[in-house]
Design a binder for this molecule. Structure first.
Ligand SMILES: Cc1cc2nc3c(=O)[nH]c(=O)nc-3n(C[C@H](O)[C@H](O)[C@H](O)COP(=O)(O)O)c2cc1C
Length: 225
């Protein structure tokens, strides 16, 4: 692969090879569970969050908010307790934990009152992706988690009612998986992806007649997707 400044990470590319030329950064990013149980400089976390800050969003509303703990913080164990037990079992070795929440309301503007936002989670997803890619460029990996205690997070972290709790993110330096439980060691490898021709279509949605998931909605249901 040529023309890209970044280099493939050999340990990842043993498992992954893109079908088309792409900056190696996108393939190098993955979600390990084995992290070095070490602190990271808070400045590195700010750089990772800075990348998220520059994500695009509808009307540039920037609905994302980040609530974080560094592993040496007094509130670290509180944050760990907000993950489900499976995620806490490996995320306890991360260097930082971040909860990502997004504003479900488009703020009032001039004469228009605040209104439900259609894109707050989509926009927050863009911020998460930028965060994760920035982490990879710095030799960290970021692992998103939806296995979290949503109601407790809202309560313990004082998340206002108009914000949706989206995900938690563990950030750290990947390490040898031998400290993981055996079942997790077996899963500790970069995953693959569907072929591009199964997900990108010219002209119209290419329906696979054998796939019941791809039955189109009837016209009446399509309005507000
Ligand atoms: C929104 C979201 C929620 C996820 N939730 C969890 C989770 O609760 N626990 C976990 O171990 N991994 C979780 N993952 C990680 C995914 O399983 C992982 O991203 C996916 O398998 C693709 O692998 P890769 O990130 O290594 O490329 C989550 C990822 C995303 C984007």
């Amino acid at each position: 692969m040529t023309g890209f400044a970044r280099q493939p990470d050999r340990t990842v590319w043993e498992f992954r090879s893109p079908d088309h030329p792409v900056d190696p950064l996108f393939v190098n990013r993955w979600s390990p569970r084995a992290f070095e149980a070490k602190a990271m400089p808070e400045g590195d976390l700010y750089t990772v969050l800075e990348a998220a800050r520059w994500a695009p969003s509808a009307y540039n509303i920037q609905p994302w908010r980040f609530i974080y703990a560094m592993r040496d913080d007094a509130h670290w164990n509180v944050f760990l307790g907000l993950l489900d037990p499976f995620n806490a079992s490996w995320a306890k070795n991360a260097s930082a934990l971040v909860f990502l929440v997004s504003d479900t309301l488009t703020p009032a503007h001039g004469a228009s009152p605040a209104q439900p936002s259609r894109t707050h989670s989509f926009d927050a997803g863009a911020a998460w992706a930028q965060l994760a890619l920035q982490a990879t460029t710095m030799g960290y990996q970021a692992h998103a988690m939806a296995g979290i205690h949503f109601d407790e997070i809202r309560q313990r972290l004082a998340v206002p009612g108009n914000y949706r709790v989206e995900i938690a993110i563990a950030i750290g330096r990947q390490t040898d998986p031998r400290d993981l439980p055996p079942a997790l060691q077996e899963r500790e490898m970069p995953s693959s992806r569907l072929p591009l021709e199964e997900i990108a279509f010219s002209e119209r949605f290419a329906r696979d007649p054998d796939n019941a998931d791809s039955v189109p909605l009837d016209d009446s249901a399509q309005g507000d997707q």
